[in-house]
Design a protein. Structure first.
Lengths: 397, 348
């Protein structure tokens, strides 16, 4: 069989991505049609930059979704090594193709003869789950600590700010090298950190519900049991892992996080939360001087009610913008970890590890390293453009 | 002002002590020490052998005591090993036990001995730092002027086509981490596949003899990532200054646009970017680690990776102490500089 030309490669990739295009067009047409009723999200479609950014982000989100959940986009198994396909250029026919096999390596093979196209597409499904989730956890920690630090001030603020600055003064890579090694995992330290860091979301929601509904104890108790119970179950399943230091909850352990993933997750949350803390603290210092906060204080509202239901909603604009930027930054961090071969299984198709493996033969065979590099670049760029668009639109009113 | 600096220096000292203690704690966890013993001795050591190896070299003393010895506030250990040789923290190879000093820590200027490079750490780190210094110097030379020019050109006329183009460019550079841009540059400019062999893909030769061909790509890779952020800050601050009252007055007075930008707006617009440039140092440190690994330039960042990968405890401590001091010093300089540049802010 003949090797494909670039035009054929591109058209075949386009064909392979058809589910993504359909989902993208559907989302965009529905959103643009109803954009007047959709608040800030709808306004995004007024700014071309925001729309482009959102499009790119959504593209990768759908790629990750279809590749991860339905195994649709990729043409080959991202881990299987096929003899004779080592370092082959894009468009090489698949050697020994049988009935049902895809007949080409669209973007060539890497140094272990795996399909680059499938690895990039499957890598998206890892990133789109871990990056937003880790960012969300970092925000929970940052908000839960930043609000009281800014609101109360004093000794609490000094202490928390000192700790935050301490973590920020660490070079990130050094911290990763210290935390994300198999030896450290053996000591159980990441799990202890997980116990500490992941308790913040539960704390956050418990206080959130209590401050809002404490006058209606019945409603509060029901909500509290449902939400805190659910979160608590997830929390215990997350921190517990058979065969490690934390095994006391083995009986109710719902799912296992594969080895190394928890460590990566914890370190990324740990690195991100001090910055979020500083942003939230700064916003709180600014907002607590407003009249509506004084009004709530005069009404006799509790401190946590004011923080969570008066200050936090009014700080949402900058926080949403920063959330988008920070997902991008987390993506870069995850790539850095992969690049240094830390944490995630080096076999797994995450983009950082794929770039790292591809760079070894870069001057002879650049094709295995370039697709994941451009994928990561475009996703982060999309998130940055999205944040820019959101900032512009939220400043308009 | 003097008191302000004094307080900041004090805070800096506390921070670096805390941080080095954390590094000390993490590197001295038992699995890490076990790995160290096995790489130093041999991989087939039994558990008892590992313990005696570590005990003879003072690794199994209580943590605060070990930390005190490293700092140089407690006398260094002298242990007679099970094999009969006397080892001490202050007894260098080829030295008699009687000649050694009692205290030998950081305070005495002794950073210890690297188990990976088999060399004195103080000397080693200094050489590597000077290599990284060379890299950073050229990064600064390239990054700061281009970032400021891009920012000023973009902020001069907000919303114009130049502004849109340059802003998109700076967003793109901030979205491109070093390991992505470095890989793309090497692939495009130095691989046989693209055929443009303009630059070298490694910078190993640049350590002794840096020239444009082998040094430009690493410098560009680091500079590009930092550039976008500084340019965006400059643009924002320039755009804000350009809407100020006194700029309008100057315009109505009939001052030419070029003169307004250069003589009236520039100084005020550069206050914010100055602090940002200083605060970029910690980020640049990350970039240095990635780029030095990617281009095989054996500087400070490369040493960090080697030390961390092999759990070379004392080298890691030295590296983290140096980088923490660099980070905190730049924060201090940025604060002081901000006060001097901006007459509206005072330290009290």
């Amino acid at each position: 069989m003949e090797a494909l030309t670039w035009a054929e490669i591109l058209s075949r990739m386009f064909y392979q991505l058809i589910p993504v295009w359909i989902a993208l067009i559907a989302t965009f047409s529905i959103s643009i049609y109803y954009k007047r009723n959709l608040g800030l999200y709808g306004k995004l479609f007024d700014s071309p930059i925001g729309m482009i950014g959102f499009g790119i982000v959504l593209f990768w989100a759908y790629v990750g979704f279809f590749a991860g959940a339905f195994d649709m986009i990729s043409t080959h198994d991202p881990l299987s090594q096929v003899s004779g396909m080592k370092n082959k250029v894009p468009g090489t026919p698949f050697r020994g193709a049988e009935e049902g096999d895809y007949a080409f390596y669209l973007l060539g093979g890497d140094h272990l003869a795996r399909d680059v196209f499938s690895r990039v597409m499957d890598g998206a499904s890892i990133i789109i789950v871990i990056a937003p989730l880790a960012t969300l956890f970092a925000f929970m920690v940052g908000i839960t600590l930043g609000l009281p630090a800014g609101y109360y001030g004093g000794k609490l603020d000094t202490l928390l700010s000192f700790v935050a600055n301490l973590i920020l003064a660490f070079p990130v890579i050094l911290l990763f090298y210290l935390l994300v090694t198999p030896e450290i995992r053996m000591t159980g330290l990441p799990q202890y950190m997980a116990i500490f860091l992941f308790s913040f979301p539960i704390l956050f929601f418990a206080v959130l519900i209590n401050t809002r509904f404490y006058i209606e104890p019945k409603k509060r108790n029901i909500l509290m049991i449902i939400i805190v119970g659910l979160l608590g179950y997830l929390y215990l399943s997350l921190i517990n892992e058979p065969g490690s230091k934390v095994t006391i909850f083995n009986t109710i352990d719902g799912f296992d996080v594969p080895g190394g993933l928890l460590t990566v997750f914890v370190s990324v949350v740990f690195v991100n939360s001090p910055t979020v803390f500083r942003i939230v603290r700064g916003l709180t210092l600014d907002i607590k001087t407003r009249d509506y906060v004084s009004a709530a204080q005069t009404r006799g509202e509790g401190a946590w009610y004011i923080m969570l239901w008066e200050i936090l909603p009014n700080a949402r604009g900058p926080l949403i913008v920063d959330f988008c930027l920070r997902i991008g930054y987390t993506t870069i961090l995850l790539g850095t970890l992969g690049f240094f071969g830390l944490g995630l299984d080096p076999e797994s198709p995450n983009w950082g590890a794929t770039i790292n493996e591809g760079r070894k033969l870069l001057s002879i065979y650049p094709h295995p390293a370039l697709p994941p590099a451009f994928a990561l670049l475009s996703l982060v760029l999309g998130l940055n453009l999205l944040a820019d668009g959101l900032r512009e639109e939220s400043l308009k009113d | 002002m003097g008191q302000f600096i004094l307080r900041r220096v004090g805070l800096m000292l506390i921070t670096s002590i805390c941080l080095t203690f954390i590094v000390f704690f993490l590197t001295n966890l038992f699995p890490n020490l076990e790995k160290l013993a096995k790489t130093q001795g041999n991989f087939r050591m039994s558990e008892a052998e590992v313990t005696s190896f570590l005990e003879d070299r003072g690794y199994l003393q209580p943590l605060p005591i070990k930390y005190g010895q490293w700092l140089g506030v407690l006398p260094g250990y002298v242990i007679e090993g099970k094999d009969g040789t006397i080892r001490g923290k202050c007894i260098k190879p080829g030295m008699q036990a009687e000649d050694a000093a009692t205290f030998c820590g950081v305070l005495q200027g002794d950073w210890g001995y690297s188990t990976v490079f088999k060399d004195d750490i103080g000397k080693l780190v200094l050489i590597r730092l000077s290599l990284t210094g060379k890299l950073m110097f050229w990064v600064m030379i390239l990054m700061i002027p281009s970032a400021l020019i891009i920012g000023i050109l973009a902020g001069m006329r907000e919303g114009s086509r130049t502004d849109r183009t340059l802003s998109t460019f700076s967003i793109t550079t901030t979205a491109t981490p070093e390991y992505v841009s470095g890989v793309i540059f090497i692939a495009v400019f130095s691989s046989t596949a693209f055929g443009l062999k303009w630059f070298k893909g490694t910078a190993t030769k640049a350590m002794e003899d840096a020239n444009f061909e082998n040094f430009f790509l690493p410098v560009l890779t680091i500079a590009l990532y930092g550039m976008g952020y500084i340019a965006r800050m400059t643009r924002a601050s320039m755009a804000e200054v350009m809407t100020a009252q006194y700029i309008r007055t100057a315009r109505l007075k009939g001052v030419s646009f070029g003169n307004i930008v250069v003589k009236h707006a520039l100084r005020n617009a550069l206050i914010a970017p100055f602090t940002v440039i200083m605060l970029q140092f910690p980020w640049l440190l990350n970039g240095v680690v990635i780029v030095e690994t990617l281009f095989n330039y054996k500087g400070f960042g490369w040493v960090l990776v080697q030390a961390a990968g092999n759990n070379d405890v004392e080298l890691l401590l030295a590296v983290s102490a140096v980088s923490v001091v660099v980070v905190l010093l730049t924060q201090l300089i940025s604060d002081i500089g901000y006060v001097y540049l901006n007459p509206r802010i005072s330290v009290s």
